[in-house]
Design a protein around this ligand. Structure first.
Ligand code: HEM
Length: 119
């Protein structure tokens, strides 16, 4: 059996590192930061780690809401999505992910774009 993307990335410790770096980048980005003004970032961290585990074929531990319900009413536009995708790409590079694994991860996240933008 071939390794899952979750395993190839380095499992839970790497996903945690990537999410921490991603959240640092999001909160340092003035176009994104306001969206998270009322968000409990500790809870968000746990949900994001669990969500990536789910879509990268790691352990199924996600108990958050589906992507369309979560992001409804935020008036999210394509540039918001692209900004987070770019921060994720950089966080993955810093986390030591290969270009191939980063592309595979971004492909999965991008397949959720319609749901996240509620379009
Ligand atoms: C790029 C792909 C994205 C993914 C994979 C993603 C994933 C998630 C996940 C897993 C949650 C937690 C859901 C829950 O707790 O039930 C969440 C919440 C949230 N997301 Fe996203 N998201 C994305 C894009 C965005 C964008 C572009 C924005 C706004 C700029 C955004 C803003 C938020 C906010 C504000 C919350 C927290 C809502 C709350 O406080 O309850 N997300 N997202």
């Amino acid at each position: 059996m071939s390794a899952t993307l979750y395993d190839k990335l380095g499992g839970q410790p790497t996903i945690e590192k990537i999410v921490d770096d991603l959240h640092k980048r999001i909160l340092a980005d003035n176009t994104l930061k306001p969206f998270f003004a009322n968000t409990d970032m500790a809870k968000q961290r746990a949900h994001q780690i669990a969500f990536f585990s789910l879509i990268f074929e790691g352990p199924k531990q996600y108990t958050g809401r589906p992507m369309d319900k979560t992001h409804t009413g935020m008036s999210l536009q394509e540039p918001h999505f692209d900004a987070i995708a770019n921060h994720l790409t950089e966080a993955m590079a810093v986390g030591g992910a290969s270009a191939e694994d980063t592309k595979a991860a971004l492909d999965r996240v991008s397949s959720l774009k319609g749901a996240i933008l509620n379009k």
